[in-house]
Design a protein around this ligand. Structure first.
Ligand code: SF4
Length: 444
């Protein structure tokens, strides 16, 4: 018997840092490399080349990226750098002259070419191992779907537009095809991401493309509606409260889109928002939140806030606290303002001292924890749908998320008895207990 010995495929190690958008970039790069016959290496020692996908959003993220590059150089030595920090190639080369190549965000072709150079692909007719939905770094049952790249705004604290450029939307039919494949491959939850989801399609002048037996417009509400027909949970992230967002609320009432909005408000004081140059800075937002909740009572709103922005006075901060009391947001994340190299905000006068930033941060987090605890306590005794993420074989329990919880950033639902459940199952749970962030219950 003749046995064909397959050539050993080159192995690529991956260190992926940063936000879900960067994770999606890593997935695309690895999908392409896997399609060409590369194997993934779980450790430095087994890798022919290590790819470091960096984040350059904050100075602390840059420091983490530089540390990761240094570690990959020390452990392996053959390193290709990509991602947001690729814009600072000179800095990287100065610190790590041995780096093989530096490419920027979304430069897929360049990254792949650099990997080809560092570890040439081995052609093999037997290598065709890529599942149709591509390779994913998230569990099979949820997937991030990036609908656009870049941003047309110029918020004073943010350097994303200078790193990633102006808004470039993907065609709606391409997004829907990708989502359809993901659902066919087992995805139960589609997490829509971008820098500014509400602005989707502005650059395409909201044109239409053929889809199924009709047309689909490059517009957030139409795209969300079509995604909702694919049979998975659809969760919208990074939504700015432009007026047309009101039109996505009926889709939630119909059950096509999850009753969840991730809106990065960043502050409430009109003065601070002006200084931040935030988009959709609408004084009537509280009123709109009330109207949204009247239509969709179980709507969960998640947001993030920056405290200690230059010029933020005690009055501005008190305004933010009373706004939060009024808005009763379900999930809140806060950040202490940090000057990022290249951000316009660095030039603003009246910096807030570090100890005051910390005090304000603690007060925002304390208030939001109280609000969250009270809201979650009201769910005790009710039944909710839970998507199972993890089964704990040792305790016999499971952890999942309700419709109000996005992975990684929100709370969890802990089940003390997993029964015959598996990750990706959606189960009805009776809530028995709650704390500041999580719920506890049993399958109903
Ligand atoms: S909306 Fe503002 S914070 Fe968000 S990516 Fe654009 S410029 Fe940055």
């Amino acid at each position: 018997m003749n046995v064909t010995t397959l050539p050993k495929p080159p192995r690529v190690g991956l260190v992926s840092l940063g936000c879900p958008k960067a994770l999606v970039d890593s997935e695309r790069i690895m999908t392409k490399l896997r399609a060409e016959g590369y194997a993934m290496s779980p450790d430095y020692a087994g890798a022919d080349v290590v790819l470091v996908n960096t984040c350059g959003f904050l100075d602390s993220a840059k420091a983490e990226s530089l540390e990761a590059i240094g570690e990959a150089i020390a452990e392996n030595g053959r390193v290709v750098v990509t991602g947001c920090m690729g814009k600072e190639a000179d800095l990287i080369r100065e610190r790590f002259p041995g780096v093989l190549a530096v490419t920027g965000p979304q430069q897929y072709e360049e990254v792949v070419a650099a990997v080809h150079e560092a570890a040439p692909p081995v052609p093999s007719p037997f290598v065709d191992l890529v599942p149709e939905a591509g390779l994913k770094l998230t569990p099979r049952h949820y997937s991030y779907v990036k609908i656009s790249e870049g941003c047309n705004h110029r918020c004073a604290f943010c350097i994303i537009p200078s790193l990633r450029g102006d808004l470039v939307s993907r065609r709606p039919d391409a997004i829907l095809r990708e989502a359809e494949k993901l659902v066919a491959a087992g995805t139960k939850e589609l997490l829509v991401i971008s820098q500014d989801t509400s602005a989707y399609g502005v650059d395409l002048k909201h044109a239409s493309w053929p889809w199924k037996n009709g047309q689909v417009r490059a517009h957030m509400t139409e795209l969300a509606g079509e995604l909702g027909k694919l049979g998975a949970w659809v969760r919208l992230h990074y939504v700015y409260p432009y007026p047309h967002v009101d039109r996505v609320i009926p889709l939630m009432a119909e059950g096509l889109v999850l009753p969840y909005l991730d809106i990065p408000f960043q502050h409430a004081s009109p003065k601070v928002l002006r200084a931040m140059r935030r988009p959709a800075n609408d004084a009537k937002v509280l009123q709109r939140i009330r109207e949204w909740r009247a239509q969709v009572p179980d709507l969960a709103i998640r947001s993030s806030f920056v405290v200690g922005f230059p010029g933020e006075t005690e009055e501005d901060f008190d305004y933010l606290l009373s706004w939060l009391e009024e808005a009763q947001l379900d999930r809140v994340g806060a950040f202490k303002f940090e000057p990022v190299e290249g951000a316009a905000a660095n030039a603003l006068p009246d910096p807030v001292p570090e100890d005051l930033k910390q005090e304000r941060f603690d007060r925002v987090m304390g208030l939001s924890a109280r609000i969250s605890a009270a809201k979650l306590a009201r769910k005790v005794g009710s039944t909710i749908d839970v998507l199972i993420d993890v089964i704990d074989a040792e305790s016999g329990g499971a952890t999942g998320r309700s419709k109000a919880d996005a992975p990684e950033i929100d709370g969890e639902v802990h089940l003390r008895d997993a029964g015959g459940l598996a990750p990706g199952d959606i189960v009805v749970v009776r809530v028995e207990d709650a704390d500041e962030h999580d719920l506890y219950g049993v399958p109903a």
